[in-house]
Design a protein around this ligand. Structure first.
Ligand SMILES: C[S@@+](CC[C@H](N)C(=O)[O-])C[C@H]1O[C@@H](n2cnc3c(N)ncnc32)[C@H](O)[C@@H]1O
Length: 363
């Protein structure tokens, strides 16, 4: 994806820095030509800096390559800065920092005392690029998070399969909390979105739901549906799992269930899909029926903030490395006109924060 042009005009400092790098490009281009054509029309240039001429002559062809590279980098930085591109900003910082370190080393090691002159100049130019105005001007455009498509999620979870149950080390405490607050003992018709291997369903059917309660789960991954179906075999009279096409639509009639459950699935969906899921859950739940959710969420203390921050970074870099899941805040998706919050908590296990939310549908 290409960088977007900066929306505002460049700050004066950025224009001035562009002029500085443009001058660098012109001087290095002239040096390049003078080195390439000894005795030519640019030979008198060396009168301005005979010492540099001597050093370049001692370097031979390397000096030519060096001047060519410096010219290209300075010209690119000028273009990048004036066009408001982030790469131009980063290139400018890199060149100035390299020059600053080079001058400092030369000066401190006593190789060239005149290098002291370059130190404050490079430091001042770096300070100009570090100003808030410059940083804001070159800020990377904010892109919406890239969530996995239904096809990608299906392929991923088909491969992941039973390994999903190994996530229990951070999921179980939050699921325990959900079970403690969702009133499953009084449920009669339960629907689960993204049932995975059927681990939660088995737990609810074996120890929390009344014997008369029915369960229907759906999952986009046929492998997961197979696992869940095997797990639910002892309850086949009243529990089953089916494969969905990945849409956030629920395959149920209006007001036909009293619990909709979803754990660690909404954190995989795009924002519009999460919004559609909430609308669908409201449609299929009877009045007073409960929406019972668990999701990865933002950190609530220093360790969990670090874990959630790192998780988000990995997700933005390569969503599949974290199963397409990223920390979200379910609470922000709740429309108070349609839902009454009965319970909310954030549970952290091994630094991973999970949001537990129980909502009751209001008419
Ligand atoms: C992180 S796992 C969680 C599974 C299970 N709920 C649990 O807590 O162990 C996410 C599950 O959601 C399923 N899934 C992902 N996107 C989905 C979608 N759009 N519709 C239905 N299921 C989906 C995946 O196949 C996977 O089984």
């Amino acid at each position: 994806m290409g960088a977007n042009p900066a929306p505002r005009s460049a700050p004066a400092a950025v224009i001035a820095l562009g002029v500085f790098f443009a001058s660098g490009a012109v001087v290095s281009a002239a040096s390049f030509v003078a080195l390439l054509t000894p005795g030519g029309f640019l030979e008198r240039l060396w009168r301005l800096n005979p010492r540099a001429h001597q050093q370049f002559q001692a370097m031979g062809a390397t000096a030519l390559v060096l001047m060519g590279i410096v010219c290209i980098l300075c010209a690119a930085t000028t273009a990048g800065l004036w066009l408001g591109r982030r790469w131009g900003y980063l290139l400018g910082i890199t060149l100035l920092a390299t020059s600053l370190l080079g001058d400092l080393a030369n000066a401190l090691l006593g190789l060239d005392r005149r290098a002291w002159v370059g130190v404050p100049i490079a430091a001042a130019l770096l300070a100009l690029l570090a100003t808030r105005r410059a940083r804001v001007f070159f800020q990377a455009p904010v892109r919406p998070d890239r969530t996995l498509s239904a096809i990608e999620a299906r392929a991923y979870y088909d491969r992941f399969g039973a390994k999903q149950d190994s996530q229990g080390f951070y999921e179980d405490p939050a699921l325990d909390d959900l079970i403690a607050h969702a009133g499953f003992e009084t449920a009669q018709r339960l629907f689960e979105f993204g049932c995975g291997t059927g681990k939660l369903a088995q737990r609810l059917l074996s120890g929390h739901l009344p014997d008369s309660a029915t369960y229907l789960g759906c999952d986009v991954s046929p492998t997961m549906v197979e696992f869940a179906t095997r797990r639910l075999a002892p309850y086949r009279e009243r529990a089953r799992a089916l494969q969905s096409d990945g849409a956030a639509r629920l395959p149920l009639a209006d007001h036909s269930v009293d619990r909709v459950v979803s754990s660690y699935v909404l954190d995989l969906l795009s924002e519009p899909d999460v919004a559609q899921f909430f609308a669908e859950a409201h449609r299929v739940l009877e009045t007073g029926g409960r929406l019972c959710l668990v999701s990865l969420t933002e950190g609530v203390n220093p360790p969990s903030r670090i874990v959630a921050g790192l998780w988000m970074r990995v997700f933005r870099w390569h969503p599949a490395w974290v199963g397409g899941c990223r920390p979200i805040r379910l609470e922000r998706c709740v429309d108070a006109a349609r839902w009454r919050t009965e319970y909310r908590a954030v549970k952290t296990a091994f630094g991973v924060p999970s949001e537990v939310l129980v909502l009751a549908a209001v008419p």
